[in-house]
Design a protein around this ligand. Structure first.
Ligand SMILES: Cc1cc2nc3c(=O)[nH]c(=O)nc-3n(C[C@H](O)[C@H](O)[C@H](O)COP(=O)(O)OP(=O)(O)OC[C@H]3O[C@@H](n4cnc5c(N)ncnc54)[C@H](O)[C@@H]3O)c2cc1C
Length: 375
C-alpha cells in the first residue's frame, strides 16, 4: 500500500512510523522542517487528568499508558520522563475546585491523591509553595520532547524503506471518477497513492476542504517560553503546576528538558495567550521563581506564539472522510499525549480496515458545536 502522510508533526510522524512498521510504503511530507509546527511549541505534558467527559479522559489515559512502549520501539532517548505532576492551591475557591476535580478523577480510577504541604515540599526539593490549602499528586503523568520524537519517527520511516520529503508543500489532489485521491500534487512534483493521511495540524482543515470535507477548527494561540540551561531541579516530580501569585495573573507550569533548559507555560494546557514579548517571558519566569528561588539568575527566552490544532468542539477528529473514501484525517489537540494511540488506531483502520468502536465519537462527519476550554 502506498500511503502519503501529509504533516510531520508528532501526530503525522507517529502515523507514518506505525504504517511503515507494518509494511506500508510510506511517504511522509512536510512543508517545513519536521516537528516545526505546533509540536515545537508544546508544553508536552502527557496526561489525562483535566479532560472530560470520562470517554475522552479514558482515551487520553489509554494513550498515556502506551507511551512507554512507543518510546521503546523508537529505540532512542526521546526525553520521556515519568514521575507525575503536582499542583496546589492557596485561595479557598480554587482549592475547593481542585478538591472536587481530584475526587472526580479518583472515582474515574485515575491515580491522583491529596498530599500534605510537607509531602509536597519533600517531593519537590527546591519548592517554596507558600500557603497551601490543598495539594495533589497525579502519579502516572510525565512529559516528553516532541522534536526528539518526531526525529526518531522520521528516522524509522526512512530505515523502514519509506521516503521523507521536507520543505515540500502539498498543493492539491487529483481524484479518480469515484472521488478517490490518486495523486498528491506537491511543490516537488506529483505522488501516486493508495491512501492519503491528512495530519497537517492547523492546515488540516484547508487540505480537507480540497476534497469537500468540512473539518472546522477554532483558533487557539498559546505561549510556552524557554530558559537557558540550568542544573537539574525537577528531577523527582517533573511537571509542576503553580497557583497564581495574585488575582490578576494566571497560574504557570514548568518542566525541565534533557539539556537543562526549562519550558514555562501559562494557565491551563488550553489557555489562549498572544503575548510572546521578551518582557512577558521574563514575567512568566518571575512567577516560577516566586516558587522556585533557585531559578533566580535564569535567563528567559521568548518563543513565538504557537497555534494549537483545535477542532471546533475541542475533541479529536480521526478517521476516514466521507467525501473521499481513501482519505484519512487526524486533527487533534493534546496530540503529544495522544500520538501513540493515534498512530496505532490509524494504522489498524488503514491497513486492516478495522473500525475501532472506542473512536466512534471522534469521526470527521459528526456535527461540530463550538466548545472552548480556556481556564
Ligand atoms: C502552547 C501549546 C501547549 C501545548 N501543550 C500540550 C501539552 O502539554 N500536552 C499535549 O498533549 N499537547 C499539548 N499541546 C498540543 C500539541 O502540541 C498538539 O496537539 C500537537 O503538537 C499536534 O501535532 P500535529 O502533528 O497534529 O500538528 P503539528 O505539529 O502542527 O504538525 C503539522 C505539520 O504539518 C505540516 N504541514 C501543514 N500543511 C502542510 C502542507 N500543505 N504540506 C505539507 N506539510 C504541511 C506543518 O509544517 C507541520 O509540521 C500544546 C500545544 C501548544 C501550541
Amino acid at each position: 500500500m502506498k500511503a502519503v502522510v501529509i504533516g510531520a508533526g508528532i501526530v503525522g510522524a507517529s502515523i507514518g512510523y506505525h504504517l511503515a512498521a507494518r509494511g506500508a510504503d510510506v511517504t511522509l511530507i512536510d512543508k517545513n522542517k519536521p516537528g516545526s509546527g505546533a509540536s515545537s511549541h508544546s508544553f508536552a505534558w502527557i496526561n489525562a487528568g483535566p479532560k472530560s467527559p470520562f470517554e475522552y479522559h479514558d482515551l487520553n489515559r489509554r494513550s498515556l499508558e502506551m507511551w512507554e512502549r512507543f518510546a521503546q520501539k523508537l529505540n532512542t532517548d526521546v526525553g520521556l520522563r515519568w514521575g507525575g505532576k503536582v499542583s496546589w492551591e492557596a485561595e479557598t475557591h480554587r482549592a475547593e475546585e481542585l478538591r472536587q476535580r481530584t475526587k472526580l478523577l479518583q472515582d474515574w480510577g485515575y491515580p491522583i491523591r491529596e498530599i500534605s504541604s510537607d509531602s509536597l515540599c519533600a517531593m519537590v526539593p527546591g519548592l517554596d509553595p507558600g500557603p497551601v490549602s490543598v495539594a495533589e499528586y497525579s502519579e502516572i503523568e510525565g512529559h516528553v520532547e516532541p522534536p526528539r520524537v518526531v526525529g526518531a519517527c522520521v528516522q524509522k520511516v526512512s530505515d523502514l524503506g519509506g521516503t521523507v520529503l521536507i520543505n515540500t508543500e502539498v498543493l492539491s489532489f487529483g481524484r479518480d471518477t469515484q472521488g478517490k485521491v490518486n495523486k498528491v500534487v506537491t511543490t516537488n512534483g506529483d505522488l501516486e497513492c493508495d491512501v492519503v493521511v491528512i495530519a497537517a495540524g492547523v492546515d488540516s482543515s484547508r487540505l480537507a476542504a480540497m476534497i469537500g470535507a468540512d473539518v472546522p477548527q477554532q483558533e487557539s494561540p498559546g505561549v510556552v517560553v524557554r530558559t537557558d540551561a540550568r542544573p537539574a531541579l525537577l528531577s523527582n516530580v517533573p511537571v509542576v503546576y503553580m497557583p497564581p501569585i495574585n488575582q490578576r495573573e494566571r497560574q504557570v507550569h514548568i518542566r525541565q528538558l534533557m539539556d537543562g533548559s526549562f519550558m514555562i507555560g501559562e494557565g491551563s494546557q488550553e489557555s489562549m495567550a498572544l503575548d510572546d514579548s521578551p518582557q512577558h517571558a521574563t514575567e512568566l519566569l518571575g512567577r516560577a521563581t516566586h516558587y522556585f528561588p533557585e531559578l533566580a539568575g535564569t535567563e528567559a527566552i521568548a518563543e513565538p506564539v504557537g497555534y494549537r490544532p483545535m477542532p471546533l468542539d475541542s475533541y479529536p477528529v480521526i478517521g476516514w472522510t466521507q467525501e473521499s473514501s481513501n482519505v484519512y484525517i487526524s486533527l487533534t489537540h493534546s496530540g503529544v499525549t495522544l500520538a501513540p494511540l493515534i498512530g496505532q488506531v490509524a494504522s489498524m483502520e488503514i491497513l486492516d480496515r478495522a473500525d475501532l468502536v472506542f473512536m466512534s465519537s471522534y469521526r470527521p462527519n459528526r456535527k461540530f458545536i463550538l466548545t472552548v476550554h480556556d481556564h
